[in-house]
Design a protein around this ligand. Structure first.
Ligand SMILES: C[S@@+](CC[C@H](N)C(=O)[O-])C[C@H]1O[C@@H](n2cnc3c(N)ncnc32)[C@H](O)[C@@H]1O
Length: 295
């Protein structure tokens, strides 16, 4: 008989979170404060087709992935423990990396909007847009922004192909998304980001430190992330370079995170060069598409 092996998350972390660390009553109150049907009617993009990598997988052990109310309302209470030593410090590292004076900011895979709200607070004059594939996550984001009195646009969209014209933004942010997407999808998202940025615009990516994850199998098993190994094997600097970005730089944050920054160079005006870059990147296979990083 085949015995299913439960992950560390299911065996230890989920019971610990459920029984001791998260305030179930507060979660229920928050959930009841949202009119899910009204949000869904308003936010749902009828033309959006969910990519298979997303709709076919559980994330963090949640059946249905992010396409459930439970996943959305438990995301923030769990995430505060998933980003040691302190969620706000970790998120502030992305804000600290901003080098442009943004007028239009796009936060990709914004989830419940924790990062998006911080961006709007840091750059109150900027127009800020958050996109996500889950209307449940967006409904939470919208509720949080309303409570905080922040004017942010929330859109149900796929970061691989977003319904904005070229050069619409001067700052693009990607927080905690790429460890949850297959490497090939992350690279497609970077190509789309390149299209959406103005010349001189900046992209900043905050996520788990790839080098650490590569060396710690147990950490990768911890949160039940279906694509984290594909993320860990990759190299964000190489992905950014291949998408056409310049001034690529990744800073380690403690041992656990990395913050990558890059800009859209002047050369990007040359459409022939872009076409060549795009051709190269899409020809790559999903895993070892670039030479192994030199560490
Ligand atoms: C781990 S959460 C990160 C949320 C948020 N950025 C944060 O910092 O807390 C990943 C989010 O990305 C969304 N997502 C995954 N693939 C996406 C895609 N292709 N386009 C847009 N959103 C996506 C998921 O629905 C989920 O809300």
């Amino acid at each position: 008989m085949k015995v299913r092996k439960d992950t560390i998350y299911k065996q230890f972390l989920a019971p610990l979170l459920n029984n001791f660390l998260i305030d179930k009553e507060a979660i229920e109150d928050f959930s009841h404060s949202i009119d899910w049907e009204a949000h869904s009617d308003r936010l749902t993009n009828p033309n959006l087709v969910y990519p298979k990598y997303y709709s076919s997988q559980n994330f963090h052990g949640n059946e249905g992935g992010y396409l459930t109310i439970t996943a959305a309302v438990t995301y923030d209470p769990i995430t505060q423990y998933a980003l040691p030593p302190n969620e706000i410090w970790v998120r502030n590292s992305l804000i600290d990396a901003v080098q442009v004076k943004p007028r239009r900011i796009l936060d990709l895979g914004c989830g419940t909007g924790s990062m998006t709200l911080m961006l709007k607070e840091a750059f109150p004059q900027a127009e800020v847009v958050g996109i996500d594939l889950s209307t449940y996550m967006l409904a939470c984001a919208e509720a949080k922004a309303k409570t905080a009195g922040l004017n942010i646009q929330w859109r149900h969209d796929n970061a691989e192909k977003i319904g904005f014209p070229d050069a619409s933004f001067d700052l693009l942010t990607v927080a905690l998304l790429f460890h949850e997407t297959p490497a090939k999808v992350s690279r497609q998202i970077l190509l789309e980001s390149f299209r959406l940025l103005r010349i001189g615009g900046q992209i900043i990516i905050l996520d788990g430190r790839q080098k650490t994850l590569r060396q710690t199998d147990w950490l990768m098993e911890f949160f039940e992330e279906p694509y984290i190994k594909s993320y860990a094997r990759g190299n964000i600097d190489a992905w950014l370079g291949a998408a056409g970005f310049g001034a690529v730089e990744t800073q380690d944050l403690w041992w656990l995170y990395q913050v990558s920054s890059a800009t859209k160079p002047l050369l990007a005006q040359d459409t022939d060069i872009r076409a060549e870059v795009n051709h190269n990147i899409l020809d790559c296979d999903d895993e070892n598409n670039f030479p192994a990083p030199a560490y």
